[in-house]
Design a protein. Sequence first.
Lengths: 279, 368
Amino acid sequence: MQDLWHNYKAVLIGLAVVVLGVMMSIIIVPEDQQAVVIQGGKPVRVYNAFDPKRDFGQTDAGVHWRIPGYERVERIDKRLLSVDMQSQQVLSTDQQRLNVDAYARYRIIDPVKMVQAAGTTERVTQQLEPILSSVVRQELGKRTFQSLLTAERGKAMANIRDLLDREAHEYGAQVVDVRIKRADLPEGALASAFTRMEAARQEEAKTITAKGQRDAQIIRAGAEAQAAKIYADAYGKDPAFYDFYRAMQSYRVAFVKDDTAKTFLLSPDNAYLKHFRAP
Amino acid sequence: MAGHNSPWGGGGSGSDENGGEDKPGEDTPGKEGGPRNPWLPSGETPPRRSASIEDIFRGRDRRKSGGGPRGPGGFPPLPRRPGGKSWLPMGIGLVVAVLLGLSMFHMVGPKEQGIVTMFGKYARLIDSGISMTLPWPIERVDIEDVRSFRVDMIPDNDSEKLMLTSDKNLVDLSYLVRWNIKNLKDYKFRLADPQETVREVAEAAMRASIAQISLNDAISGAGRAQVEQDVRERMQRILDYYKSGVAVQGVEIKKADPPAKTKAAFEQVTVAQQEAERDRSEARAWAQQQLASAQGNASQFDKVYEQYKLAPEVTKRRMYYETMEGVLRDNDTVVAEAKGVTPYLPLPEMKRRGEELPSTTVTAKGGQ
């Protein structure tokens, strides 16, 4: 071992220097990064730049070379990045307040421009956030509360995305999508919304009760009408006999012997007693 | 295995960024300031001084020449090769070779898929089973579970999550999203944070869908299946647009309640509904009774009438007498009706008797 060292000292050191040199001049670019090679402050080459047409495996990710010491490498995320907007209040045209929480998704499509304008993706995110905020406020402020909630949202979002995209191009970024994550009522409006909901429910409860009673009455009336028809059909065959027949039944019930009886004085001319006199 | 973008082990990624700066002494033999050599007997090393190459070989020489005095913490002498040389370099070489060899084999579980990158560049996908790749610094494998469903609960605790409905009401909603990876390449390389993206997209899609239906539809469950379907499709559309490689397998609304503060009012509605239903069914019962009794009475009359028609006079008389019989027997006062007879009404007596036993008096006053 010692002999080896003594005999090949120069070779070994030379080998180490070569290995070190290779390691310093090699750049490994993974699929999810773009690498900009900067020559004394001036970007000269880009490896694995974003290109929607090239699938993974056909990109120029992998091993690349640089001149150590002279060329610097800036690595930039190639993936879809997110800008999260802090919740903020938006005033709709009908003077209603809404707390809106939005996010945007963007990617770096021009790494050279981005390196020159912002430096890092974190800086881009920081720059885009206030822009997103103001664009959201501005765009949503043109709409009524109701249209914020429903279908028109899609169009508003597209407008916001286009506005933000224009700004983002300054940083070599492309805004892919902007979406409202949450749209909530602010604290004060929340309380009044609860009160309104309660009132609406009470109204509904009363309406339901009243409708129930109405339906019950209708059902009873219908039954009475039907019963009347049945009676009329049957008794109509001989009204005179019915008169007699029913009177007989009625007397049995009316003059029954029980505890609740009362004393009435009736004239014999009374219509009820007609059949009392003669069949 | 190693740092994310360093196939060369520690310090690899630094090598690009620090330009021409020197590498740490680890890789530069002959330089002072490298790490302490663990193989060196500690008793012989001057304290706080790291080993240089010379030191290493000096120590080894001593061992070779029959072993000098050892310090108390020294290593036991290693076995020698026949030529009198140390096994140590060979041993290290063997361990490295075995580790590299092991890094060529990859076990991919039945639900998993592996993505192979060669110097950071996508090479191929490997499926379940045992696969071989080039050893570690050249090819790397990332194994990810792609088939089992991941479940995201939103919100992830039991707190109230209020959403606005189309009629500006609020509903307290919690739901879960089931998803898996349909394209591992996209999932790995396209999005900065795919899991958070799924959650955010779910949130945006759910709110958009809820904002299109009324509170009643949201709560009653009538619109629930529709909302779940809508949200799933909407999420899939957005995630495909992002090329996220995520497949949304299902969205399930677990709870859609009115806000806690308005619960009492909502219960009133339920009570009212039950009351209304009770009123209706009572009315229906009464109606049935009425109809049944009408039918009964009518058919009774019909039957009697049939007989009556066969012998009208007799039947009529018979009925009259039978009725009168009963009526007059049960009642004790009969006031006759005749011309010229002054009716006498023993009213005080009747009243007294009326208190004891019921009576019905029929008075005819025709004679006056």
